[in-house]
Design a binder for this molecule. Structure first.
Ligand SMILES: Cc1cc2nc3c(=O)[nH]c(=O)nc-3n(C[C@H](O)[C@H](O)[C@H](O)COP(=O)(O)O)c2cc1C
Length: 291
């Protein structure tokens, strides 16, 4: 049986454990593990689907942070609470930080899994410190290597063929969390200095959509996908065509999910190559982010 058939037959969650070479667990056993946590709330943010794919391994109905932020009552209590989101310059996306600052969480076991594409640096420690400062003490913070969707540096055509051992790492993380392990992943690049990271973060998080995103109007067919996948609601279709403004999350959801390749950054490794996780649909990104 090849890998794809195994995934189909067992369901992705079971297959990840199976493929890690550990004692194989049936799908039913994994569902039983989930049931042991009587009430489990899993929150996620995603632009290209990696974090939603991981969130779906921990909950059948994970909650989108951009959608939760629309609610007025942000008080959550459960037996287990989890957060899944991408690493942006060894920190959390602004929208994730905003959610943590506004909401209150109560659970005996709290975990976070941060998806990243190349070097997580000290993102787990950063998140642990940041969240603790907001009154949210994590029992477990880990990171998981996946496709790197950062277009200025990476070519998506090259990224999708690299084996990042995501299945094996996910199986280990699922095992850790199901046994309620206490752990914060250490830095993988000790030489990164705080001021270097701060500069990178300022560069990413201080600009507007119109400063960062370029539109090739000749390619735009006004399908409105970008208006639906932007977690900040920065894009509008007007009588004059597509317009956009407002503080940019720099998540790149608009660019990656534009089938016409009408949106891009000024500088990119490969403007022809775009990415969305193969198991996540465009509609799922829209449901996650639409404002
Ligand atoms: C603005 C931005 C900054 C990023 N910074 C890092 C980084 O510092 N280190 C890293 O390994 N990956 C970085 N990435 C890659 C993403 O963390 C990674 O591809 C993630 O899995 C994407 O998740 P998503 O598909 O749920 O949006 C960055 C991506 C973006 C868009």
């Amino acid at each position: 049986m090849d890998r794809r058939q195994a995934l189909k037959l067992l369901g992705v969650t079971a297959a990840t454990v199976f493929m890690a070479g550990k004692a194989p667990k049936t799908h039913a056993a994994l569902l039983e593990d989930r049931a042991k946590d009587k009430k489990r709330l899993v929150f996620y943010f995603t632009a290209t689907g990696n974090s939603l794919f991981i969130a779906k391994q921990f909950s059948d109905s994970p909650l989108s942070i951009p959608q939760e932020l629309k609610k007025s009552d942000l008080v959550y209590e459960a037996d287990v609470i989890g957060f899944i989101f991408p690493d942006y310059a060894a920190a959390a996306p602004m929208i994730v930080r905003e959610f943590i600052e506004k909401a209150q969480f109560k659970a005996p076991y709290i975990f976070s899994v941060i998806t990243f594409g190349n070097a997580s640096v000290n993102v787990a420690e950063w998140w642990d410190k940041f969240a603790t400062g907001q009154g949210l003490k994590n029992n477990y913070v880990n990171h998981i290597l996946m496709v790197d969707n950062y277009l200025p540096v990476f070519d998506m055509k090259e990224q999708i063929i690299i084996d990042k051992k995501t299945d094996e790492n996910l199986a280990k993380i699922i095992g850790d969390i199901s046994t309620h392990k206490d752990y914060v992943a250490p830095s993988d690049m000790g030489w990164f200095r705080e001021d270097m990271l701060k500069n990178m973060q300022d560069m990413h998080f201080s600009q507007t959509s119109e400063q960062l995103i370029k539109l090739d109007a000749s390619k735009c067919i006004e399908c409105s996908t970008c208006t639906k996948v932007c977690p900040r609601g920065n894009f509008r279709l007007t009588d004059n065509g597509l317009e956009y403004s407002g503080k940019c999350e720099f998540c790149l959801a608009c660019i990656h999910n534009c089938a016409q390749h009408a949106l891009s950054l000024e500088r990119e490794r490969n403007k022809e190559a775009r990415y969305r996780h193969p198991e996540i649909s465009l509609n799922e990104i829209i449901r996650s982010n639409q404002q």
